[in-house]
Design a protein around this ligand. Structure first.
Ligand SMILES: Cc1cc2nc3c(=O)[nH]c(=O)nc-3n(C[C@H](O)[C@H](O)[C@H](O)COP(=O)(O)OP(=O)(O)OC[C@H]3O[C@@H](n4cnc5c(N)ncnc54)[C@H](O)[C@@H]3O)c2cc1C
Length: 403
């Protein structure tokens, strides 16, 4: 490959969705020359999100009012048999215009001329140039070649950068329609069902009697979605529009390599309980931005350096929490309908709804999990659950230790 015709940048980000745009915005406050390569021509499209985010987002970023479409007061969790619990408390999640959020950071990043965006261009190959000192990365896109010191894979669940590094996500298929309907506008509803046990079906109100209704599942997504819509008495022919996408399923991946880091869905920074990734990736992007600046200051782009300044802090801040999300997911997935109802009863009888309302953090569940484990009925339930499934316990322990 000819390298003398390649364009030179300090940092190349692959993917101009929320992870890539937010990181480019953070880097636009530095002196670094940054290029973002995105295969689609339009930022934020195609839309692949239900757009529900905990209110913590407003502590992490300056969230413009026009991006917030609605807020919900209550989370209603419905068991396979139709039993439900309602959680209301201090958390009033935002329902956002996700395309507008992606565009917001894209526009802010562009205010610095040192940040360039190449849209409608796909990254096709990556090569580490070990002959350079320190080594560089040569990237070829469908239109040009780029040389940089750091490559950031923000290219989503089926990350090309990740595949280059042998990091591959296990995936769930997700589908969603927007439709006018008559549900409660104050409630986000999560419907658990063995047919889509790897996540849940959702009803998210976006205001003006419009709802985002979707499910995620490991297969047969179309048939299962039809079942869900029939359960809700919704005719898909009345939809306003439809979205689809992939959600990484599991825990955080390894995300620091020589000259390269992975961020967002590419790094599996997604909650296995809800499929939500935005809070996690915004948190990780802040660490990534600091790490990249330190790498340039020290002229050190080695895996060892990037691991110390990105992967290890990420693991401590979000990776450990993502393990708990995964553990909860594995338990929820293997509950049968009767156990689900029994678990909901335990929550109701012991007023654990209040505990969840006060301590239940949509993103960081460790404190709540510890508090719930002090309840004798919860412990009894879990022991019974484990005794019935010793192999599952071993499998989970193995996965958690390995992660
Ligand atoms: C149906 C659905 C509902 C969801 N709902 C929620 C929710 O309510 N709340 C929440 O927090 N999260 C939700 N998520 C998850 C959330 O959308 C993701 O965590 C988030 O979009 C990840 O952002 P990202 O930038 O890492 O990756 P992505 O948004 O996947 O973006 C990757 C980008 O990289 C580009 N790209 C890929 N390969 C290349 C290449 N080779 N060259 C150039 N460009 C490339 C893609 O075109 C894309 O723009 C949902 C996901 C789905 C699918």
């Amino acid at each position: 490959m000819m390298t003398n015709s390649a364009e030179e940048f300090d940092v190349c980000i692959v993917g101009a969705s929320i992870a890539g745009n937010y990181l480019s915005y953070l880097l636009s406050k530095t002196d670094l020359n940054v290029v973002v390569v995105e295969e689609h021509r339009d930022i934020g499209l195609p839309l692949q999100c239900a757009g529900i985010i905990s209110q913590k987002i407003s502590n992490l970023i300056n969230l413009p009012n026009n991006i917030v479409k609605h807020r919900v007061q209550i989370a209603k969790l419905v068991s396979p048999s139709g039993k439900f619990i309602e959680l209301s408390g201090n958390e009033h999640p935002y329902v956002i215009d996700r395309t507008a959020l992606d565009k917001h950071f894209y526009t802010l990043a562009q205010s610095n001329p040192k940040v360039s965006f190449y849209l409608g261009e796909k990254v096709k190959s990556i090569r580490i140039l070990k002959e350079d000192f320190p080594p560089s990365v040569l990237i070829s896109t469908t239109k040009r070649m780029i040389i940089c010191k750091m490559l950031i894979g923000c290219d989503g669940p089926t990350s090309f950068v990740g595949s280059f590094l042998n990091v591959n996500n296990k995936l769930l298929y997700a589908t969603q329609i927007r439709v006018n309907a008559q549900f409660n506008e104050n409630k986000a509803v999560l419907v658990f069902n063995p047919r889509w046990k790897e996540l849940f079906g959702w009803i998210v109100p976006e205001g003006d009697k419009t709802y985002r209704i979707g499910i995620a599942s490991s297969d047969q997504i179309k048939d299962r979605f039809d079942v869900f819509l029939r359960m809700l008495n919704i005719n898909s022919r009345n939809k306003i529009d439809q979205q689809g996408g992939l959600i990484p399923y599991g825990m955080m991946n390894k995300c620091a390599f020589n000259n390269i880091i992975l961020l967002g869905d590419a790094a599996g920074q997604v909650k296995a309980t809800t499929g939500g990734g935005i809070i996690m990736l915004i948190t990780a992007a802040k660490i990534a931005s600091e790490c990249i600046q330190k790498a340039f200051k020290n002229n050190d782009f080695s895996k060892h350096f990037l691991k110390e300044h990105y992967e290890i802090p990420c693991k401590a801040l979000i990776g450990e929490q993502l393990k708990i999300h995964f553990l909860i997911r594995k338990i929820l997935e293997s509950l049968d309908a009767e156990e689900f109802d029994y678990f909901f009863d335990i929550i109701k009888i012991n007023h654990i709804e209040n505990l969840i309302s006060v301590y239940g953090d949509m993103d960081f569940p460790r404190d709540l999990a510890m508090k719930m484990l002090r309840n004798p009925m919860v412990i009894k339930f879990l022991l019974k659950f484990i005794i019935r499934r010793p192999l599952l316990l071993l499998k989970i322990l193995f996965l958690l230790i390995r992660a």
